[in-house]
Ligand binder design. Structure first.
Ligand SMILES: C[S@@+](CC[C@H](N)C(=O)[O-])C[C@H]1O[C@@H](n2cnc3c(N)ncnc32)[C@H](O)[C@@H]1O
Length: 202
């Protein structure tokens, strides 16, 4: 994925990519790190949405907006590393700008995989690390201990595409783009759609 320089796109173009990916999910959908419900407008109206958000203030706003969008379930007060749902409970998991924030990415992805049914879908959108050896990667590495502490746990130096592969997800479509509006200039953003292999596959 890192061989060619990804295209530089605008915030609006990125929004379109996000909405397109989120709009494809169907059935019972868990959104992790749902924040204040910024993604509601992107989901298909038939989706049965379950939100998960550990931040109490955000969860209040999320619950309010969820009701406005006719989603009845109260958002879960939990972290992605410990999802209070049974195995195979959902058809899809969505997360935007949350895999940069979780404390333990591998544990969170293992939990996501556990709660998905075989063949279930994931959609993740996140900023990811610059290529190894670049000055930007060096800046990201230096800044991350501070941003994790002071900016809601945000890690700038994560290779989330590799983490998704390591967690056993199979890719359906992965778009790597660069977006200029980040604090250290053009930053790589991964728009990822994939699935859990069916039982016995792979
Ligand atoms: C950058 S915000 C993104 C919010 C929203 N998804 C969006 O795209 O606007 C990251 C969110 O992840 C949540 N978060 C942080 N750590 C988390 C964890 N371990 N598990 C689940 N969510 C977490 C934060 O509370 C916050 O709402």
């Amino acid at each position: 994925m890192d061989a060619a320089r990804p295209p530089l796109i605008t915030d609006d173009d990125l929004d379109d990519l996000e909405r397109e990916a989120i709009g494809r999910v169907r059935g019972r959908v868990l959104e992790i790190g749902a924040g204040e419900g910024e993604n509601f407008g992107a989901f298909d109206h038939e989706v049965e949405w379950i939100g998960l958000e550990p931040d109490a203030d955000r969860r209040i706003e999320l619950a309010q907006r969820a009701r406005e969008w006719r989603h009845e379930a109260e958002p879960l007060d939990a972290v992605a590393e410990r999802i209070p749902l049974p195995d195979g409970a959902v058809d899809a998991v969505v997360g935007t700008y949350v895999l940069c924030s979780v404390t333990d990415q591998a544990s969170a992805l293992a939990e996501v995989r556990r709660v998905l049914r075989p063949g279930g879908t994931v959609v993740f959108v996140d900023h990811v690390a610059a290529p190894p050896g670049t000055m930007k990667r060096g800046v990201q590495r230096v800044v991350t201990p501070f941003s994790t502490r002071f900016c809601h746990g945000c890690h700038w130096d994560r290779d989330t595409g590799a983490a998704l592969a390591d967690a056993g997800f199979e890719v359906d479509e992965a778009r790597l783009v660069r977006v200029p509006s980040f604090p250290f200039g053009p930053t790589r953003v991964l728009v990822y759609r994939g699935h859990v292999p069916e039982a016995g596959a792979g």
